[in-house]
Design a protein around this ligand. Structure first.
Ligand code: NAD
Ligand SMILES: O=C(O)C(=O)C[C@@H](O)[C@H](O)[C@H](O)COP(=O)(O)O
Ligand code: ZN
Length: 363
């Protein structure tokens, strides 16, 4: 018996079209309709790890009458570079890709960020469809239209807001994911729990071992709940003029760690350390109760996510955080919690409190 498909709506804002995020199994039959009759060519951008999937999608689209090409890019963060974007632009140019043609990004968040960015920039914007294949990409990266690449100076420094025409989350894809990559995505699920939907935390705490596996009893519910949090936020603030900043919980320190590690850490692992830091910051500033701050440690640790980073790196991390995208001039800004599911902005924290919070995180 086939499982039901859940459809989550994302509203169109700032002149963009609404779209749906589908969660279920055997969703690839939906792809042709999403590509639509106006397209003649389709480019499937996929990572090396998903060469077979990329080729199967290309063959399927060719069978439906499209001129379909597959563009293979490196795995993980190595794909989020200007050089790889230029390689994709070249492939599109050589295929005579026009404004009515469509890009499909299939892979983890690194691939969907890149594919969306290529779609945003090719001919100043063509349609694209996301087929996320990691937990992280399903619950976060593929939804909301933030696309981009890294530079040596920082994470996601070049990008565009360019929402997809649709998102297909086929849960079967998660079965081939390495456990570390699966668990890394739980950091963004847990983030959604702390900022908006504490039932997520209850579900994970009720069965942390199950949460680490696609076969876990709550897998579909966790993914759907986290997508709903993201969809609701981006439906009202696509371009991050206010509310959307809450999705950056834990990311100020996380992005500094990722840059410091030259993008070899998984994003979710860095976000876990970043949320631990944000919780300690809010606790030490007298804004967050001990129980909720402690809950960060227990829930992140229960699923095997890291809490700590190198103590001696603090000066470098602080310098990077000063130019985080949320900073305004010299004003350092963090998303913190005033309580469970009560995210808010902390501006210009006392340097002594920042250092003390890092004292809990650094080792
Ligand atoms: N745009 C956004 O709103 C947003 C939100 C959150 C994160 N992100 C970005 O997402 C990226 C992290 O994404 P991620 O955690 O999915 O990592 P990832 O894309 O680096 O994927 C992790 C690894 O798994 C491989 N892989 C992907 N799917 C697979 C599958 N089904 N089976 C086997 N291997 C598979 C990938 O090729 C890669 O080697 C970061 O660059 C982060 O900045 C973006
Ligand atoms: O969608 C958002 O907005 C987020 O902040 C979600 C984050 O999980 C994601 O990592 C995002 O790419 C970070 O964006 P950035 O603007 O801080 O680079
Ligand atoms: Zn993130």
């Amino acid at each position: 018996m086939s499982e039901a498909v859940t459809r989550i709506q994302v509203a169109g804002t700032a002149g963009t079209e609404p779209y749906e995020v589908l969660v279920g199994r055997q969703l690839l039959g939906e792809l042709g309709a999403l590509v639509g009759p106006k397209a003649r060519r389709v480019a499937v951008i996929h990572p090396e790890a998903l060469a077979e999937t990329g080729d199967a999608l290309r063959a399927d689209l060719a069978g439906q009458g499209y001129e379909a090409i597959a563009i293979q890019v490196p795995n993980a963060e190595e794909a989020k570079t200007a050089e790889v974007a230029a390689y994709c632009w070249k492939a599109l140019g050589q295929s005579n890709f026009t404004r009515t043609d469509v890009i499909v990004g299939v892979g983890g968040g690194a691939t969907t960020d890149l594919a969306g960015f290529v779609a945003a920039t090719w001919l100043r914007g063509v349609r694209w469809i996301a087929i996320p294949t990691t937990v992280l990409a399903m619950v976060d990266a593929a939804v909301g239209g933030k696309t981009g690449i890294n530079t040596a100076e920082g994470k996601n420094l070049v990008g565009a807001f360019h929402p997809p025409a649709g998102v297909l989350c086929d849960l079967a894809a998660l079965e081939s994911l390495a456990v570390n990559d699966y668990v890394s995505g739980l950091a963004e699920v847990i983030k959604a729990g702390f900022i908006a939907d504490p039932v997520i935390l209850d579900l994970i705490e009720s069965d942390p071992e199950g949460a680490r596996s696609p076969a876990g009893g709550h897998t579909a519910e966790l993914i759907e709940r986290a997508i709903r949090v993201k969809a609701e936020v981006v439906s009202s603030d696509l371009k991050e003029s206010g509310l959307r900043e809450i999705l950056n919980y834990g990311h100020t320190l996380a992005h500094a760690i990722e840059k410091n590690e030259r993008y070899t850490w998984r994003h979710g692992a860095a976000v876990a350390v970043g949320m631990h830091f944000a919780a300690e910051l809010a606790r030490l500033a007298g804004r967050l109760d001990d129980a909720t701050a402690d809950r960060h440690r227990t829930v992140l640790e229960a699923v095997g996510l890291p809490l700590h980073y190198r103590y001696d790196q603090w000066p470098k991390l602080l310098e990077t955080m000063k130019v985080d995208k949320k900073s305004r001039g010299d004003l350092l800004r963090f998303i913190v919690l005033d309580g469970l599911a009560k995210p808010t902005v902390m501006e210009g924290p006392d340097p002594a409190v920042l250092l003390a919070a890092y004292g809990e995180v650094g080792q």
